[in-house]
Design a protein around this ligand. Structure first.
Ligand SMILES: *Cc1c(COP(=O)(O)O)cnc(C)c1O
Length: 381
């Protein structure tokens, strides 16, 4: 068997006629830039998130950066985010001129640990940008409480969290504003780059709308200095076809995840733990194992593609030497970077395929050398 890490072709086959028709419609209407489908998608995506406004932009990166710029966050400001997130989160902060301040993760949810948040707040802190990493909402109540106490804004990085619920509320509606990515492999993916800013604040929605489109409110009426970060009409048309399927696809991911959980219950691996009151949409299914690299090689030979999200934490990247962090600053993030492994997950992943992956893992961990290492222990820090 050959099991890819994601399988966009199979999903396309299930919606092929609708996608093709929607794209041809755009070609015939020729409203390629900020066309009708962008408006409609924005309304539908805002509704989906139970929020007032969605503004389509050209990537998840742009969504987060434009949120920061809409709030005039820049040089001299600090924005706190998770040490174990994708580098794009930090780049949105540093590219405004603000300083990304990192906070270590909780080793059970893999999300920013609210207990470590307050120590990272300084007089320069303006906002907290929690990440719904791997598809599990961050601990928003705890984070919001701390933010309110210190007068800070809260921006969700929901690039991996489409459709997840936190205590009955959708991601995208949990903070002051949220950034979504529609990169093809995300739970809601376009056929190219795309993203959206979601917010209940009309002033911020209006500013992001201007910022994405050269600072214009109307043609040639430039209110502020903006950028070109518009969502493509063709991508919006694809996203409109896909959005009604998102809950069903997320259910498919949860089904596959539950099957992994069940079949691996007795293996010396740690499966994802879902925090009470939240709903995990499994953008990634991440396990913890000893000898991760050995297992990864073994799975590759068995035809199973895997990934590491992420192998080198932001504070140890050459690009972020200027932040002055050193090895040891975020011990949980550093330990887990060596132990996490992302297994294939997508709505169409069959239970047979999951069983094949788990059989391959079982064959590896049955080797005595592996058993000696056993289950990763609770982290002693
Ligand atoms: C994908 C991703 C982004 C960036 O989204 P793009 O659309 O690729 O720019 C930001 N943050 C996280 C956590 C992501 O996974």
């Amino acid at each position: 068997m050959n099991i890819p890490f994601v399988d966009l072709k199979t999903q396309y086959r299930t919606i092929e006629a609708d996608v093709n028709a929607a794209i041809i419609d755009v070609l015939q209407r020729a409203d390629f830039v900020l066309g009708r489908e962008v408006d409609k998608f924005e309304d539908e995506f805002a509704d989906y998130c139970n929020a007032a406004y969605a503004v389509g932009v050209d990537s998840g990166y742009s969504a987060l950066e434009l949120i920061l710029r809409a709030y005039e966050i820049g040089p001299g400001d600090e924005v706190i985010t998770a040490a174990n997130t994708f580098v794009a989160t930090a780049l949105t902060i540093s590219n405004t001129g603000a300083r990304p301040v990192l906070v270590d993760m909780d080793p059970y949810s893999y999300n920013l640990d609210p207990d470590k948040l307050e120590a990272a707040i300084t007089p320069a802190t303006r906002a907290i940008m929690p990440v719904h990493l791997y598809g599990q909402p961050a601990d928003m109540d705890a984070i919001t409480q701390i933010a309110r106490r210190h007068g800070l804004l809260v921006f969700e990085d929901s690039a991996q969290g489409h459709g997840a619920f936190y205590k009955g509320r959708r991601t995208g509606s949990l903070g002051d504003a949220a950034g979504f990515s529609f990169y093809p492999g995300k739970n809601l993916g376009a056929y190219g780059d795309g993203g959206a800013v979601v917010t209940n604040d009309p002033v911020i929605a209006d500013r992001v709308r201007m910022l994405r489109n050269l600072g214009q409110r109307a043609k040639y009426d430039h209110q502020i200095k903006g950028y070109n970060h518009r969502l493509d009409t063709v991508q919006a048309a694809v996203l409109r076809v896909k959005l009604p399927h998102l809950d069903h696809w997320n259910a498919g991911r949860r089904r596959a995840a539950a099957e992994y959980d069940r079949l691996m219950a007795d293996l010396p691996v740690i499966s994802p733990r879902v925090t009470a009151g939240v709903d995990h949409v499994y953008h990634l299914y991440v396990i913890r194992v000893r000898d991760r690299d050995g297992l990864m090689q073994h799975l590759k030979q068995a035809g199973v593609a895997t990934g590491i999200h992420y192998p080198v934490p932001i504070h140890l990247q050459a690009a972020y030497r200027d932040l002055g962090y050193k090895r040891g600053d975020f011990p949980i993030t550093e330990t887990l970077a060596d132990e996490i492994l992302s297994l294939p997950i997508y709505a169409e992943l069959s239970n047979d395929a999951v069983a094949y992956v788990v059989d391959a893992i079982t064959a590896y961990v049955d080797q005595s050398v592996y058993e000696a290492a056993a289950m990763p222990q609770a982290i002693a820090v």
